[in-house]
Ligand binder design. Structure first.
Ligand SMILES: [Mg+2]
Length: 280
């Protein structure tokens, strides 16, 4: 039995909190997958610890083995329901900010127009987050912020995404190494999970770096078309098209949205998983 690492985004990927419908059996079948002894389950989310827990409770999700929270800045290990922040990861990413605190970074950005700090519970030691108008050129804004910080010797990654339900832009300033990709690879190395036994699923702009990283990745069917196109383009360009699967529905009569899309993609990459899911 060889280990299988299943990493998934939560909002609008596993959690059916978008506009599209979820197939009736999708989450029950996802539970079935999560219960397999060879599966290690990791949630990869912008949510903090408290919001991760409330998502698990509210949407009856399996408790994961690991949770990469705060857009990659924290990794929790969950043992018998106890959550432990993983110190080795904090150490891995701390150097990028060159000894500057989040508050010091905020000070460097105080005159950048159109951005407004998010609530304090959405900030943490290595995550500085802002709101911005959804119709802004977010990529240029992110670039501008990154350049400003680089002038002060800070290695940052600045991520732009859109909260569709609230129609607001989100800007996350993180240590350059605190990416979801790096966090997943860190986890993969720790678990000795091979590339062919690691899968990630996502739906939106802040998942794109993982979707196009060369890790085996799934875009759920409910993702916006421009995300699907961007992922297809970027992976094709680097010759990694085989590492991307865009769910379209049809697996076990389901629609490919949310959990159904994750399962469809898992079976694409790990064909043996089909027999775990088909109801006898
Ligand atoms: Mg999402």
């Amino acid at each position: 039995m060889s280990e299988l690492l299943i990493c998934t985004d939560l909002d609008r990927t596993l959690i059916p909190n978008g506009h599209q419908l979820e197939s009736r059996d999708a989450r029950d079948l996802f539970w079935r997958l999560a219960r397999r002894p060879e599966v290690t389950l990791a949630y990869v989310s912008g949510r903090d610890r408290r919001l991760l827990q409330s998502a698990i409770d509210e949407f009856s999700l399996p408790v994961p083995d690991f949770a990469i929270g705060d857009v990659g800045t924290t990794i929790y290990r969950i043992d018998d329901g106890e959550w432990h922040a993983w110190e080795a990861w904090a150490k891995e990413i701390a150097a990028d900010w060159g000894g500057n605190s989040r508050e010091m970074l905020a000070e460097m950005l105080v005159d950048i127009p159109d951005i407004e700090p998010q609530e304090s519970e959405k900030q943490n030691t290595y995550k500085l987050s802002y709101y911005a108008p959804a119709d802004l050129d977010g990529e240029s804004l992110a670039e501008r912020i990154g350049e400003r910080l680089a002038e002060a010797g800070v290695r940052s990654s600045v991520i732009w995404s859109i909260d569709e339900m609230r129609d607001v832009g989100l800007v996350d300033v993180l240590p350059a190494g605190a990416t979801k990709v790096h966090a997943i690879r860190f986890l993969q190395a720790h678990l000795h999970a091979s590339p062919s036994r690691t899968v990630f699923a996502g739906d939106s702009g802040n998942d794109l770096p993982v979707l196009t990283s060369g890790l085996q990745a799934i875009v759920v069917a409910n993702a916006r078309d421009e995300i699907k196109q961007a992922a297809i383009h970027a992976t094709a360009e680097r010759g990694a098209g085989d590492c991307l699967y865009v769910a379209r529905g049809g697996f076990l009569g389901m629609n490919g949205n949310y959990a159904a899309g994750i399962l469809e993609g898992v079976v694409h990459f790990i064909p043996e998983a089909r027999s775990w899911l088909e109801i006898e």
